[in-house]
Design a protein around this ligand. Structure first.
Ligand code: PNW
Length: 555
């Protein structure tokens, strides 16, 4: 101890001499020597300190993965909220709107909707759009994703009569958004096909390519001065498989293994025509962008060590996401080879002279390839592949049987929707797969969200957002996946298709028993308000489920 005291004293004297008289050479040498000595003595202390300081400042680097989560979104990353016309607008038969396939299904087969509700009034956004826009401004999002109702704009489905009230409504909504500086991201088709066109076969009829192009043309012309971001189709899988290959969505044609593939043929061509029209005729003056939003259930092997399951999960992902992504986002274009081969084999076994799924010819392969400025991804969940064979729930023939794998929902935690299992790591795996399968495309997450039964203290939803967003940050920073924006599904509880109002995805609760349809913010509104303001994942404890169970009155 005494030695250290003398050393410090000498050091102090040297400093004093240096300051008072300038430094004679030996003193200077002694000083340097003392400094070096001090450094050596303190080294064991300094080293961990340096590591701590370094890791703290490189939080977004490689060192802290596993110890802490990334929280900050990159510069320029944008946030939005999504809805869809039929789920919120209501006003199903007023101001010139004609019947769509969901009106027809819910009116003529109400037992097919879980709680017997319909979209007649829904959230009445046709009349209350200003409340919606105020809510969006309150949350502080950058953009609002909504869809146009085809049968409100074109009651015959064709362009022979344009409904002025339809145009007026969307103009008013666009003006209200502009007033609050919220960018519109607009979907041309979110499942509500005019019944007139369904009567002609809907998406199983190739004539729909023309009808959809004409409808897009009108929308680009009428609204393209203010809408700079377009989505042609929302979730082609749900349209083709659920509505034509099954009865899960309207018009519930259930032509399994046949109608679904006729639909994809028409839909992809219609998408391409709409893209080329925009690209050639409107983009030069309107300077916008146009894309498609594809939904995935991401499939993972139940046992990652099981090579057969790994291979089958890849087949299932090609059948699900690749069905629509491969023709647009790969160099080769066309449907995924494994899909074409599997359906050909099955079709042959069924005694058919031609496969139920036909590959596009060269003209269409080229015409469809590259027709999306961004990869729009709607993602909610991950399911498992447990082995080869025919899934017990598969109809014959069918898309699911064509895959040749057995699926399972025994993964993650649950939500109010049977199909929606919470598996955040699946999202990360899926995003990495998109980067490698589709040549590193720029990605917008155009939907992601969680269902419950409508509680205001929606901790489950907040946790879902937090964990899924955290995986987005992981793949952005660790894997360089090019994700540019994120869209919450959805602004308020709304008509959840065949689930009616029984499954709720909203940030705002909507009391549909009260005719004034009050919208009440859930806790997730607070979460998102903070996130949009700071561009960071909120860390506060109030967003975490309390350890103690809530009182009944708080539910
Ligand atoms: C999407 N799946 O549908 C639709 O775009 C929305 O209109 C809908 O309200 C929302 O997600 C929640 O359901 C999906 O089985 C339906 O993976 C099913 C699935 C995914 C999305």
């Amino acid at each position: 101890m005494e030695k250290v005291r003398l050393l410090v004293l000498e050091f102090a004297k040297d400093i004093h001499a240096l300051w008072r008289y300038g430094a004679p050479f030996p003193t200077f040498l002694k000083l340097i020597g003392t400094l070096v000595l001090c450094l050596i003595v303190m080294m064991p202390l300094l080293y961990p300190l340096c590591v701590l300081v370094f890791t703290y400042f490189t939080c977004e680097g490689l060192f802290l993965r596993g110890l802490a989560q990334y929280t900050k979104f990159p510069e320029g990353f944008t946030f939005g909220v999504a809805t869809a016309a039929h789920q919120i607008e209501g006003a199903w038969n007023v101001s010139g709107k004609s019947e769509n396939v969901w009106d027809r299904l819910s009116h003529t087969r109400p037992w097919m909707i879980a709680d017997g509700t319909n979209g007649d009034v829904a959230c009445d956004s046709y009349n209350r759009y200003q409340e919606d826009v105020d809510a969006l401004a309150h949350i502080g999002v950058d953009f609002y994703r909504f869809s146009l109702s085809w049968s409100r704009i074109l009651p015959t489905g064709r362009v022979d009569f344009v409904n002025p009230d339809g145009i007026r409504y969307y103009n008013a909504l666009l003006d209200a958004l502009a007033e609050k500086n919220i960018e519109p991201l607009v979907t041309l088709f979110h499942w509500d096909l005019p019944q007139t066109l369904q009567d002609l076969g809907g998406w199983a009829n190739p004539k729909m390519i023309d009808y959809f192009r004409d409808y897009s043309d009108l929308c680009f012309r009428e609204f393209g001065d203010r809408i700079k971001s377009w989505i042609t189709f929302n979730e082609p899988y749900e349209i083709c498989e659920d509505a034509y290959g099954d009865d899960k969505k309207a018009p519930a044609i259930d032509s399994h293994g046949v109608g679904n593939y006729l639909c994809s043929d028409t839909l992809l061509k219609a998408h391409a025509e709409s893209y080329h029209l925009y690209n050639e005729t409107y983009r030069p003056t309107q300077n916008g962008r146009i894309q498609i939003s594809i939904n995935s259930i991401w499939y993972e092997p139940a046992d990652p060590e099981n090579a057969e399951q790994v291979a089958l999960a890849e087949v299932a992902n090609q059948f699900k996401f690749g069905w629509f992504a491969h023709p647009i986002f790969t160099e080769a274009g066309g449907y995924p080879t494994v899909m074409v081969e599997n359906v050909a084999l099955q079709s042959k076994a069924e005694g058919l002279p031609k496969p139920r799924l036909e590959q596009f010819d060269d003209y269409w392969i080229k015409r469809i390839r590259g027709t999306s400025d961004f990869l729009g991804i709607n993602h909610y969940t991950t399911h498992l592949i447990t082995g080869a064979g025919v899934d017990p729930i598969a109809k014959s023939p069918s898309w699911l049987k064509d895959i040749g794998a057995v699926t399972s929902l025994k993964v993650g935690t649950d939500s109010a929707s049977e199909w929606l299992r919470v598996v955040p790591t699946g999202f990360a795996n899926f995003l990495r797969w998109c980067k490698s399968s589709y040549n590193d495309p720029p990605i917008y997450i155009t939907e992601n969200g969680f269902s419950d039964r409508g509680t205001l203290l929606d901790y489950g939803r907040i946790k879902y957002f937090n964990d899924y967003l955290s995986e987005i940050l992981n793949v952005i920073y660790d894997d360089g996946v090019n994700i540019l924006g994120y869209t919450i599904w959805t602004l308020m509880d709304n008509f959840e298709w065949r689930a009616g109002f029984s499954e709720r995805f909203g940030l705002y609760k909507v009391d549909i028993t009260d005719p004034s349809l009050p919208r009440t913010p859930k806790l997730s509104v607070e979460y998102w308000k903070q996130l949009c303001a700071t561009r960071e994942l909120p860390q506060e404890d109030r967003f975490k489920e309390p350890a103690l169970p809530l009182k009944k009155s708080e539910l």
